[in-house]
Design a protein around this ligand. Structure first.
Ligand code: SF4
Length: 440
């Protein structure tokens, strides 16, 4: 059973892609629970046949509290000793004990493909399967270690058998180590790329099914084919040329736009012209995050503000609309830093860019997990609102403020061993060089 929510379909499709290729002696069926009520209904129906039911959940950290309430509701509607609720994804990986305490039977940590296949083979018995955290009969925590990280080509990026398609994951992991980001923690600080041949196999299957739009999931689009912080444009061109040919004249390829983005220092005329030559997107998304070099250095972003300006100008000169991600309320951000971010936002908006605004959230698994919730002062809120009313800014930054406070409270309730708030990696005006917090 998948607790199948729109926000997390991609992760489930990848699991289904792995499952459909897997030979097993276990007889199983897959059901999609699209609401709590239908999930409970499916569980009741399965229990009536004497089946064992594994209910798979996946969620991001900001949604963890709401999903725990939903889990309790599903349990009230349908439950039994043959039902196991298993939480996977980045939150369960970073906070497995919190996840168990919130009501799940098992937290699946790390990448889920091999773990799921072994669980299916073992008809749900977790003993000896890596990638799991659960309590034994005595209530003690059992951790079985991280599962193997396999090449992306080993598993399908979507599911043909269950007819579930999505943007194709072309890169997993990230060599950058931005302190607010869960990606390097979840998938390692190395890039693993899906090969061009394997991507093309997927694109060919999409075309056969009448699908027209090819989009990609990647932490940093222009890092495709690279193992360093530099782009590999030859690899990007191979990828885009093959996808363009594969999806055919009626199809479209999107690169560097939703749901992925481009790092500002990777933007070059050559790269933008590649996108123009092979892709249909007229906009690109660039991660700027802050208008303060001091905050960018503290966040270990690996680029400066001038590179953001340069990227925006180049993109606009090359005829792209540009969306720029920015985060307000980063740890240690002072009044001058906020003013610098607002000033950059105004400057980019004047150029024609749209700002995608976020509030800093102390995400589990990141070096800034124990930082205070992002705080946005009323003056900043007014300025952000003004940009928003002009259509120059959008995003869920207000809702993220609430999420940030919940996450900060949860982090306090579950302190990491050896950590305390006095050890926070918060930049101070006198000390912009923050010691490495081991973000990779
Ligand atoms: S925010 Fe930084 S660490 Fe995270 S995926 Fe993007 S470049 Fe990588």
């Amino acid at each position: 059973m998948l607790r199948y929510r729109k926000a997390v379909t991609y992760g489930f499709h990848v699991l289904l892609g792995a499952l459909e290729q897997h030979g097993t002696t276990t007889r199983y069926e897959v059901r999609f629970g699209e609401t709590p009520a239908s999930t409970a209904e499916h569980i009741r129906a399965a229990l009536a046949t004497g089946a064992k039911v594994l209910v798979l959940w996946s969620f991001y950290s900001p949604d963890a509290a709401a999903l725990a309430e939903e889990l309790a509701l599903v349990r009230r509607l349908a439950d039994g000793p043959s039902v196991l609720h298993i939480a996977g994804g980045v939150h369960a990986t970073a906070e497995p004990v919190q996840t168990l305490d919130a009501g799940w039977d098992i937290a699946a940590v790390g990448e889920g493909e091999t773990t799921l296949l072994k669980l299916v083979d073992a008809v749900g018995a977790p003993t000896g399967i890596t990638g799991l955290v659960y309590r034994d009969a005595a209530g003690d925590i059992i951790k079985t270690g991280r599962p193997e990280r396999r090449p992306l080509d080993d598993f399908r990026g979507f599911s043909l058998r269950w007819d579930r398609f999505n943007a194709l994951e072309i890169t997993r992991g990230c060599v950058f180590s931005c302190r607010f980001c869960q990606t390097p923690f979840m998938f390692s600080a190395k890039f693993r790329h899906r090969s061009v041949a394997d991507v093309r196999w997927h694109v060919d299957r999409m075309r056969e099914r009448g699908l027209r739009d090819v989009r990609f999931i990647t932490p940093t689009a222009l890092s495709y084919g690279s193992q360093t912080d530099e782009p590999n444009l030859a690899a990007v061109e191979d990828l885009l040329a093959s996808c363009h040919e594969g999806i055919g004249p009626r199809g479209r390829v999107f690169f560097g736009s939703f749901p992925s983005e481009i790092r500002p220092e990777h933007v070059s005329r050559e790269a933008l012209r590649l996108v123009r030559r092979y892709c249909a997107n007229t906009n690109i998304i660039v991660g700027a995050q802050s208008g303060s070099d001091r905050v960018l250095a503290a966040a270990k972003r690996g680029h400066d503000v001038e590179q953001v300006r340069r990227a925006a100008r180049l993109a606009i000169e090359e005829g792209f609309r540009i969306n720029v991600d920015m985060i307000f309320g980063m740890p240690g951000e002072d009044h001058a830093d906020v003013q610098a971010s607002l000033s950059l936002a105004r400057e980019l908006a004047e150029l024609g860019a749209r700002i995608h605004a976020h509030t800093f959230m102390p995400l589990p698994g990141t070096p800034w997990r124990d930082a205070p919730a992002g705080d946005v002062d009323p003056e900043t809120v007014r300025e952000v609102d003004r940009l928003s009313q002009r259509g120059a800014l959008y995003g869920h930054w207000q809702r993220q403020r609430d999420h940030a406070h919940r996450l900060a409270a949860a982090a306090q309730a579950y302190p990491r061993p050896g950590r305390s708030r006095t050890l926070l990696p918060v930049v101070t005006p006198a000390d912009p060089a923050v010691p490495d917090q081991g973000g990779r």
